[in-house]
Design a protein around this ligand. Structure first.
Ligand SMILES: [Zn+2]
Length: 109
């Protein structure tokens, strides 16, 4: 009798606990990164309220939980940011080295 691949129920429980887990994770992230990175890049200090996915995860859980894909934003920046990305498909922003910060920007592919 071949043992069937062990069913991994972690995924379903993670999905059930998704909301709570995300709340915990984002709160922890905001504690570590309390300032809006967008405002910070312009030398302004604004408290971040939102943990944003730099690359839209579109349901990709690996991308969703990848903390290197997270950034703290205030609501204003989050909203303008998302609108820009949705229009152009890439993040038009750049970091202090002048490199585009969008991971899906062609420079970063
Ligand atoms: Zn901001």
């Amino acid at each position: 009798m071949s043992k069937a691949r062990k069913y991994d129920d972690r995924e379903s429980s993670a999905k059930r606990g998704y909301g709570y887990k995300w709340q915990q994770a984002r709160e922890g992230f905001l504690k570590k990164h309390p300032l809006c990175v967008d405002h910070e890049s312009r030398g302004q200090v604004v408290a971040a309220k939102i943990v944003d996915h730099i690359v839209p995860h579109r349901g990709d859980m690996k991308l969703f939980w990848d903390r290197s894909n997270w950034q703290s934003l205030c609501k204003t920046c989050h909203d303008s940011h998302k609108q820009r990305i949705e229009k152009s498909g890439v993040d038009a922003g750049c970091n202090t080295n002048g490199m585009p910060i969008g991971k899906n920007h062609h420079w970063n592919l």
